[in-house]
Design a protein around this ligand. Sequence first.
Ligand code: ATP
Ligand code: MG
Length: 437
Amino acid sequence: MFLSKLFLPITKNLPSDAKIKSHQLMLRSGMIKQSSAGIYSWLPLGLKVMKKIEQVVREEQNNIGAQELLMPTIQSAEIWKESGRYNDYGEEMLRIKDRQGREMLYGPTNEELITDIFRSSIKSYKSLPQMLYHIQWKFRDEIRPRFGVMRCREFFMKDAYSFDLDDTTAKASYNKMFYSYLKTFKRLGLEAIPMAADTGPIGGDLSHEFIIIAETGESKIYMDKSIFKIDINNYTFNNSSLEKMIKDYSSLYAVTDDKFKKNEFEKKVTKENQMITKGIEVGHIFYFGDKYSKPLNCFVDNQDGKKNAVKMGSYGIGVSRLVGAIIEAKYENEIMKWPRSVSPFDVVIIPSISKNNKENLSKSIKIYDNLKKQNIDVLLDDVDENMSQKFKKHDLIGIPYQIIVGSKSTENKIEFKEVNSESSFIDLKDIKSKLIS
Ligand code: ATP
Ligand code: MG
C-alpha cells in the first residue's frame, strides 16, 4: 500500500472528552471515528489492527478445540423471558420492537441464544463436551460510555460457551479456556493477570477476570508482584498440569477493588511484593453450572438414561477494547509501537523525497516490489513531506519496523530500524528474516 492512497484521516483536533492516550491516538491517527455516543466507525487502519487481534483470538480458540459459529446481533425477547433475565438486565439492554410489535433486543451477551441452539439438537451425553464461540458485535447501553473503544455501547466481543455433563469435566473446559486466554494475550504482546472475580449478572460461583496493568484502567488492583514470575510455558496442555497452573496463580494475591481486603493483603503479601495499581479488564470467564440450562430446559441423557441439566460456562474477550488496551500498554513518550502480531503493516519504507529529487522514491519502489513478492505487508510513504514530519506521523501509526531510504542507503544495503532502537544497514535479502525472527 502507498501511503498517498491509504484512507488515513490524520487529525489534530481532538474532542475534549478524549482524555486517555488510546482514545486520543486512535482519533488522531484516523483509526476510528465516533458516530454517536459510544458508537464508532472503524476506519481502514483501525479495522486492520482489530482484524488481526480477532484472528489471534480465533486461532487460540480453535487450538483448544472450540468451534466457531455466528449468532445474530438481534435476538428475540422470548428466550430472555424464559431464562428470567429479560427484566433483570435492566437499562443496559437495547430493546426494539419489529413491525409486528414483537419484542426484540440487540444482544448484550449470548447465554440464552447459544443454550437454545444447543438444546434443540444435543440430546445425549455422547455429544459432550462441546465448546462453541463466535466473534460478534454486542450492544450495551452503558450509562457512561467513555475512553473511546474501551467502554463503548457497541463493541466487538469473542464469547465462547462450554457444555459438559458434570462439574468435573466442566471444570476441565474452564481450565482449557483459562490457558487459552493466557496464550492469546501473550501473543498480543500483553501480560494479562488472571484475578478471581465476582460473577455479577452472569451468575455462578467460579470466575476470573484477565487484567492488564495500565494507569488509565478502570479497575484498581492489588497484587503480589511475584505473579509475573509464573511462566505458562512451564505447564502442559493436560488437565492436571492446568489445574496446577491455576492453583499456582490462585496461591498469589491478585484482586480487583470488589474483592480487596486490606488485612488479607498485608498478611499474604510481603511489603516489597505489594503492588497497588490500575488495570484494564480484557477478558472474563465464568463457570455457572446449570444456571441457564435448567430454566431453559437444556437437558441431555446421561449414561444411565437419566436427564441431566447441562453444565455451562461462558468466556468473553473484548476484541475491540483490546485495540485500545494494547495502545495503553505500548504507547510511550508519544511513540506507538504495535506488537508485530497485530501491527497494521509489517514494515514501512520511508524515503527522503524532495521536489527535485525522486531518486530515493524510485529506489523505494524497487524495495517495495521486492518485499511484496515475499508476501510482506509493506507501506510505502510516498508523500512529499520532510523527514521530521514523516517520522512524527509514523510515531503515531506505530508500525514497529522502518526502512529509511536516504542518501546513505544503496539498492542493496539499506537502513533498517526497529522503533525505539538504533538503525543498522542490512542487505535487502535479509529483511524478511529480521521481520520474522
Ligand atoms: P466490565 O466489568 O468492564 O463492564 P463486563 O464484566 O461487563 O465488563 P463481560 O460481560 O465479561 O464484561 O464481557 C467480556 C469482555 O468484553 C470484557 O472483559 C471486556 O473486555 C469487554 N467489554 C465489556 N463491556 C464492554 C464495553 N462497554 N466496551 C468495550 N468492551 C467491553
Ligand atoms: Mg467484569
